[in-house]
Write a protein that binds this ligand. Structure first.
Ligand code: KG4
Ligand code: ZN
Length: 342
């Protein structure tokens, strides 16, 4: 069984083909980062227009890469939410229409379920149950996963997502959007002893996160050390990046540990763009070593948005005979623990 997966929820156009016997047989990605860089963030209308330009050519490239033709495809999966409505509608319209033309099922996929299942694309794939720490540009969530489709939300951010906090702080430090990876690189030169930033909401019980205060703390520190010529010296800039990353990562580690203690689970999955962060991976690996458990994550290219995770999640739903009717429906807001409401 082979499924085509289409991802267009934000600023990456991703198309992939997954074969249940051979695994991933095509993977195409086009990132719009350069398109949005001048605006310091994703411009929804520009994103939609670019997905329109790129999706069909990428589908053609994916078919070519796999050596297949349309008649070899048994289903078309597409991200139906959450995400930017216009961007979602591009992938959903193309996906639904192609499935109709090819006379195969159309499979709507939840973007965060795609991220959550992305580690399954790796050789070292987790068994159930596990705790998933989903950290992306739009979400920071701890989820108890006891099986496919069995997702219980344990805690999430009440304001900024982890990736959003990275990007906003990176912007304050003069780094281009999306600044998460760039901030992390800058932090490598920083001295971890110079500043100590707060670990928000760790002094009270619970699994909720809040990162907007951490961003404000960074802004205040930057202001304090910026001289009258509007300059921040190179070392201070790196030291602030380091203090920010340490505080954010530490907060994620503390809450992940709590979720593991609360459930007694021995497996931890990290996924979403921020799971590419080296410090976070290292710290969570240490945590799981101490707890005699295992940590699982996707390869770096599958941490951020991609078509492979959508094809994979789509295949699972296709096998469960879950598919869409002919109406094209997307859900810009769609809680992961309400999958069945689609
Ligand atoms: O999952 P993703 O590609 O898109 C969403 O669904 O939001 O995540 C993108 C986010 C951005 O905020 C980006 O800055 C962040 O992931 N990110 C990182 C790193 N790589 C990507 N944040 C910290 N360290 C990284 N290495
Ligand atoms: Zn994402």
């Amino acid at each position: 069984m082979r499924i085509l997966g289409i991802e267009t929820s934000c600023d990456e156009t991703g198309v992939a083909i997954y074969d249940d016997k051979r695994g991933l047989i095509a993977n195409q990605l086009y990132s719009q980062i350069d398109l949005h860089a001048d605006y310091g963030g994703v411009v929804p209308e520009l994103a939609s227009r670019d997905h329109i330009r790129k999706t069909v050519p990428l589908i053609q490239a994916a078919l070519k890469e796999s050596g297949l033709t349309a008649k070899d495809i048994d289903g078309v999966a597409y991200t139906a939410g959450p995400g930017l409505i216009g961007a979602l509608l591009v992938g959903a319209s193309i996906g639904r229409a192609l499935a109709y033309a090819w006379n195969v099922p159309a499979v709507p996929v939840h973007h965060m379920e795609g991220h959550l299942l992305a580690p399954m694309l790796e050789e070292k794939a987790p068994d159930f149950p596990f705790i998933a720490l989903l950290v992306s540009g739009g979400h920071t969530q701890l989820i108890s996963v006891t099986g496919i489709g069995e997702y219980q939300l344990l805690g999430e951010s009440i304001d900024d997502a982890a990736g959003e906090a990275f990007d906003k702080t990176a912007k304050l430090l003069g780094l281009d959007y999306p600044g998460g990876a760039k901030l992390s690189k800058l932090a490598e030169q920083g001295n971890s002893q110079r500043f100590h930033f707060p670990r928000p909401m760790t002094d009270r019980p619970g699994l909720q996160f809040s990162f907007s205060g951490l961003k404000t703390f960074s802004a205040n520190t930057i202001r304090q050390y910026t001289n009258s010529e509007n300059r921040l010296d190179t070392q201070t800039r790196a030291d602030i990046a380091r203090a920010f990353e340490d505080a954010l990562v530490d907060t994620l580690v503390i809450k992940a540990k709590r979720a593991l203690e609360q459930t007694g689970f021995k497996r931890l999955v990290i996924a979403g763009g921020v799971s590419a962060n080296k410090t976070l991976r290292y710290r969570l690996q240490q945590l799981m070593q101490e707890r005699k458990g295992e940590v699982y994550y996707p390869r770096v290219e599958f941490c951020t948005d991609n078509g492979a995770m959508i094809a994979y999640a789509g295949l699972i739903h296709l096998k469960q005979q879950q598919s869409a009717d002919l109406a094209i429906t997307v859900k810009p807001r769609w809680p992961l623990d309400q999958l069945s409401t689609f």
